[in-house]
Structures are given as structure tokens and as C-alpha cells.
Write a protein that binds this ligand. Structure first.
Ligand code: S3P
Length: 187
């Protein structure tokens, strides 16, 4: 597994964001990592669904992508307020980190973002049979969106190459790279 780090701060870490394209494993890695660290786990998409009382697919259908992005931004503001009080591992939907206003807020929060990376073809294989991702239409469209966003994901503090790795291995790699201590006994 390879990683690239641009994190220089020695300040203690009181949370982290998992970012990256659809299918990169943000939710599964986030769940494992939060257990290891004894931190809360927040999935921003799940929170948006609870806040709006309908699924991501329905939000896209009823309000379009711009309506979804507004709800996503509001949910992120709420999450950032909460993370000041208690540390959390937060998995952000694939578009959240690349919206300019969100990026500015995330950067200003000082909470590191970790980019889970994998080739577009592998991500597509993980997503193509699922029905809940309105922005995963076909391989060409998926790859173009991935390529347009990748330079922005690369602005995260740490990049982890996840190809062929399981969630436990990736979670441990992030923990080691960020110097975070395990709070619970590993099985
Ligand atoms: C999106 C990714 C999805 C979800 C929404 C939009 C995107 O989350 O937020 O469908 O813009 O890439 P996942 O990355 O968890 O699939």
C-alpha cells in the first residue's frame, strides 16, 4: 500500500474526514477506524437522509444536484460544529470535499482529510450494481467525473492507495500514518 502525506502540523488530531470518489470505502473504513479509536462515526450522506427525511436518490430526483448540495452543505456545517466538542471520524460523500465553499471550511477547521484512492475502473466495479448513486451512470461518465475531481482530492492531508486492500488494513494504515493510538483492543 502506498501513501502520500502533506500533513506537517504536530497539533493533536481531534477528528478526521474520509474523502474520495464513490466506492472508495469511506463508510466501511470509517466504521472500523472509529471503533479502533473509540471516536464517533458520522456518515454525512446518512445524516443528510435523516435531516431531509428521504433517500439521496429521492433528494436528487426532487431537488436536483444543486438542491442536494445545499442540504449537504448544511449538514456539513452541523457536523463541523459537533466535531469541535467531540472527536469523530466523518465519511463525506464523494462530492462534498470538492465543493469550493465546503473545501474552504474543511481546511479552516484544521481537521485532516484522508483521501482514499483507487483506479476509476475498480471503483466502478464496486458501484455499478448498486442503485443508490445518482452520479454513477456508466463507466465513461464515472471516469470523467473521477478525473475532474482527483486533483481536488489530492489536496487532502494524506492519500491512501486502497486498491485490493480490506477496510481493516486501510484503517490501520491511516491510524499509523496519522500517529493515532488505538483505544480498544483489536480482535
Ligand atoms: C456523490 C457521492 C455519494 C452521494 C451522492 C453524490 C458524489 O456518496 O453523496 O450520491 O457527488 O460523488 P458516496 O461517495 O458515499 O457514494
Amino acid at each position: 500500500m502506498t501513501h502520500t502525506s502533506t500533513r506537517h502540523s504536530k497539533k493533536p488530531i481531534n477528528g478526521l474526514f474520509l474523502v474520495g470518489f464513490m466506492g472508495s470505502g469511506k463508510t466501511s473504513v470509517g466504521q472500523v477506524l472509529s471503533q479502533r479509536l473509540g471516536w464517533n462515526f458520522v456518515d454525512l450522506d446518512a445524516r443528510i437522509e435523516v435531516r431531509q427525511g428521504c433517500s439521496i436518490t429521492e433528494i436528487f430526483r426532487n431537488l436536483g444536484e444543486s438542491g442536494f448540495r445545499r442540504g449537504e452543505h448544511e449538514a456539513l456545517l452541523e457536523l463541523l460544529r459537533e466535531m469541535k466538542a467531540s472527536p469523530a471520524v466523518a465519511a463525506l460523500g464523494g462530492g462534498a470535499f470538492v465543493q469550493a465553499e465546503n473545501f474552504r471550511l474543511l481546511k479552516a477547521s484544521g481537521v485532516p482529510a484522508v483521501f482514499l484512492d483507487a483506479p476509476a475502473e475498480e471503483l466502478w466495479e464496486r458501484c455499478r450494481l448498486e442503485k443508490h448513486r445518482p452520479l454513477a451512470q456508466n463507466l465513461n461518465q464515472f471516469r470523467q467525473l473521477y478525473e475532474s475531481r482527483r486533483p481536488l482530492y489530492m489536496k487532502a492531508a494524506l492519500r491512501i492507495e486502497t486498491s485490493g486492500e480490506d477496510a481493516e488494513t486501510i484503517a490501520d494504515e491511516i491510524r499509523v500514518q496519522l500517529g493515532l493510538t488505538c483505544q480498544r483492543k483489536e480482535k
